[in-house]
Design a protein around this ligand. Structure first.
Ligand code: PLP
Length: 451
């Protein structure tokens, strides 16, 4: 920690020179940003000495928890040995080769190839270009349209924000780009009132079929969805949804793409969300948990069909980043994925902490008058603040209650996130049962203050 500066100095420098992502700079500067200085396990500390429980694993990414000693060691060694070299022009390096083999070994069967990026957004943009290039390569260049979902989140780049269904993002920057369509999200609580969850899952999947028919199957390149919609509010589809989506994509020869940027690397208790929901995409995008946020890296996993098309027919794929497969990021990602595997962290989420969190989450939040749709899978969970539980009526000014509630949590040194009026939680996967209990005790006290 720097010795020369105080919290006030950092706030002043930040306010004068730093434009924060997804922030109202004027409002933030009036208040002053909280200065986070260090972290360990599931905890952060701010510059005023407050210990904060991070119920969001940063931005759903620090799967392995903060403060590991082995990952910085790996980074240091790799920086000394080969700080940088690219993989563009007939070269590779040991760590990127080793990481690729490791990723193929933890991926579901049939995913033998990865393409590296620096973030989830770049993974999504890469996937969009790769999907379109694939269809051109196999002689169907008219198949260009990608279907995403309203309220889906696929990042902030022009491609990712277009494919995502956040209309407030579309409003800035003249999005979406051409060749993108959206369907409604599979949110049972809001859209499935007169149906069983299973019936609703089929209906929501059939919205995709209707969109394919509207656009024309000969023009649709892919359907893209997060196994669990994260930033859209942890929308967990009924069990019938993904198998039906897969059936529809196969029927119309539309590629199925999973955006596993949040779900990947153990969040749902499986290595990838697709395994939890029982479907097999043609490609999937990742980032976040790949390095647990220790360094920026993302990867697009390419399944057999697309890989064959690209390799046999594709020729040059004119796409890539200076830092694709960066040696230091690759080395750290390798150590992170190996640790998630060797320390049994994903299995613990599946068999111990995930089920425990789900049970406790439902027990403690079910009792509140304005809390409903209490839900979760693995270590990703949410509830929705509602005006009337009996009628499932939402608050009039969507997002206001969520923000108020989130701010109370933050004041009490607990980070959970508000996505509209959904309060969401996705802690580091190393959280213990005792830490879950302590976190929920604080959350309950905060909700009493809110109600
Ligand atoms: N895709 C999903 C499902 C995400 O949740 C995110 C980020 O939250 C992204 C893509 C974009 O990732 P990044 O912020 O690393 O660009």
């Amino acid at each position: 920690m720097s010795q020369q500066h105080t919290t006030q100095d950092w706030r002043a420098m930040d306010a004068a020179h730093h434009l924060h992502p997804f922030s109202d700079t004027k409002g933030l500067n009036a208040q002053g940003a909280r200065v986070i200085t260090h972290a360990d396990g599931i905890y952060l500390w701010d510059s005023e000495g407050n210990k904060i429980t991070d119920g969001m694993a940063g931005l759903w990414c620090v799967n392995i928890g903060y403060g590991r000693k082995d990952l910085p060691e790996v980074a240091k060694r790799q920086m000394e040995e080969l700080a940088y070299y690219n993989t563009f022009f007939k070269t590779t390096h040991p760590k990127v080769a080793e990481l690729s083999a490791l990723l193929a070994s933890v991926a579901p069967d049939g995913f033998e190839h990865v393409f590296y990026t620096n973030s989830g957004s770049e993974s999504v943009d890469t996937m969009i270009r790769m999907v379109r290039h694939y269809w051109s390569s196999v002689g169907k260049p008219e198949k260009k349209v990608l279907i995403g979902r309203w309220n889906g989140y696929h990042g902030s780049t022009i491609g990712g924000a277009s494919l995502g269904g956040m209309s407030y993002m579309h409003e800035q920057g003249d999005l979406p780009i051409p060749g993108i369509a959206h369907v409604e999200q599979p949110w049972y609580y809001k859209h499935g009132k007169d149906l069983t969850p299973e019936e609703f899952g089929i209906q929501a999947a059939q919205w995709i079929e209707a969109k394919i028919l509207e656009v024309g199957a000969d023009k649709v390149a892919a359907f893209v969805g997060e196994p669990v919609q994260g930033a859209g509010g942890v929308i967990i589809p009924p069990s019938t949804y993904w198998p039906e989506v897969e059936r529809i994509c196969r029927k119309y020869d539309v590629l199925l793409v999973a955006d596993e940027v949040i779900c990947g690397f153990g969040r749902t208790g499986e290595w990838f969300g697709q395994t939890h929901f029982g479907f097999k995409p043609d490609m999937f995008t990742t980032a976040k948990g790949l390095s647990s946020g220790y360094l920026p890296i993302g990867a697009v996993f390419v399944g057999e069909r697309v890989a064959r098309g690209l390799i046999e027919e594709g020729g040059d794929f004119n796409h890539g980043f200076t830092y694709s497969g960066h040696p230091v990021c690759a080395a750290v990602a390798h150590a992170n994925v190996a640790a998630l595997r060797d320390e049994g962290i994903v299995e613990r989420v599946k068999n111990a902490t995930g089920p425990y969190m789900q049970q406790r989450w439902r027990e403690v939040f079910g009792q509140f008058a304005h809390v409903d749709d209490v839900r979760g899978v693995g270590l990703i969970q949410a509830f929705t603040l509602v005006k009337n539980k009996a009628t499932r009526e939402l608050f009039d000014n969507w997002g206001e209650a969520g923000t108020q509630c989130r701010d109370i949590f933050f004041k009490h040194n607990l980070i959970m996130r508000a996505c509209g009026d959904h309060i969401v939680c996705a802690p580091p996967l190393v959280i213990t049962k005792a830490e879950i209990d302590a976190m929920l005790e604080t959350a309950v006290a905060c909700l009493r203050e809110f109600e």
